[in-house]
Write a protein that binds this ligand. Structure first.
Ligand code: BDR
Ligand code: CA
Length: 306
């Protein structure tokens, strides 16, 4: 089977760890590069975490370190949710730096995209700083990007502000550049993430499935223990779910933008379902997710990991 080439831009991060696992062990995806960006915790920490994950999974995918700051907005991490290191609760082996490329993530993304025979899909599961800079520094890459599938934004309410989601609100100006790029976009937002739930029965199954399940359970238990009973939210896996099982989503093509200046709503995605803004559709927005399909797909995907 022909694998779809992807680059994952990420800030691991508990739920990033699972999205990365699913992509690395999928028979349909070919992960060409992992790029890191400041988000859940600092750039140094997320890069170290990406390398720890690759050592754990025994996968040799190159990693490139990207931006340590959003473009304009001051950086505030989410270590209250992801722990000081971003991935606490499991005793990972120390990684070596063998997989860490010398070049900046933006240059390495450009290199991988330009040297590929096929178009590349960008999977963004973190603030969009690296991708925005890529599009500004190397606008010619647009032709060679198949689409940008991202976890972020919301068609309803937020988790960073009343209406704004963490990845978008951490670097709203970067998101603006990406959303207005003309590249095909797919948004799997916070509100579908709220339905991507793994309940206690399934998290027990996951724990006993394999090493990956055991590691994921330990990470979630440490920092999301409170939501074990009500369901663990697998936000970033929603982007992989779109690539691997789009049937689980109800999707609309619509105009998508982001609020930059609202005094209470900065960083909020604007999903113009009714066409008030009189703009052509620029994105596919996932509006709903079949919870049972997600659960089944997710457990199957984790079962393929080591
Ligand atoms: C998103 O923000 C981060 O906390 C998660 O890793 C996910 O990418 C959810 O808002
Ligand atoms: Ca993330």
């Amino acid at each position: 089977m022909k694998r779809r080439p992807i680059i994952i831009d990420t800030d691991p991060g508990i739920d990033d760890a699972l999205a990365i696992a699913i992509a690395l062990f999928s028979e349909e995806l070919d992960v060409k590069l992992i790029t890191t960006v400041a988000g859940n915790v600092s750039l140094d920490k997320v890069t170290y975490n990406a390398l720890r994950l690759l050592k754990f999974f025994k996968k040799d995918v190159p990693v490139a370190k990207g931006c340590s700051q959003p473009l304009i907005t001051p950086f505030i991490d989410a270590s209250d949710i992801h722990g000081v290191s971003g991935m606490e609760g499991y005793d990972f082996e120390e990684p070596d730096d063998r997989l860490l490329l010398k070049g900046h993530a933006v240059n390495e993304m450009n290199r991988v995209i330009q040297s590929s025979d096929e178009k590349i899909t960008l999977v963004a599961i973190a603030p969009m700083t690296n991708i925005a800079l890529l599009l500004k520094l190397y606008p010619e890459v647009k032709e060679k990007i198949q689409e940008i599938v991202f976890m972020g934004g919301s068609a309803s309410r937020g988790n960073k502000g009343v209406m704004s989601e963490f990845n978008m609100a951490t670097d709203p100006e970067a998101a603006k550049i990406v959303l207005s790029s003309g590249i095909p976009l797919v948004m799997a937002g916070l509100d579908v993430g709220w339905k991507a739930l793994v309940y206690p029965d399934d998290s027990e199954k996951m724990k006993n499935m394999n090493k990956t399940g055991e590691m994921a359970y330990a990470l979630f238990k440490k920092y999301r223990g409170g939501s074990m009973k009500t369901g663990l939210k697998m936000y970033d896996s929603c982007a992989m779910a779109y690539l691997l099982c789009p049937e689980m989503y109800q999707v609309v093509e619509t105009y998508l933008d982001i609020e930059l200046n609202g005094s209470m709503t900065a960083g909020c995605t604007i999903v113009d379902l009714k066409g008030y803004l009189k703009q052509p559709a620029n994105a596919k927005v996932c509006m709903d997710l079949n919870e049972n399909m997600f659960r089944e797909w997710f457990l199957n995907a984790i079962n393929k990991c080591i």
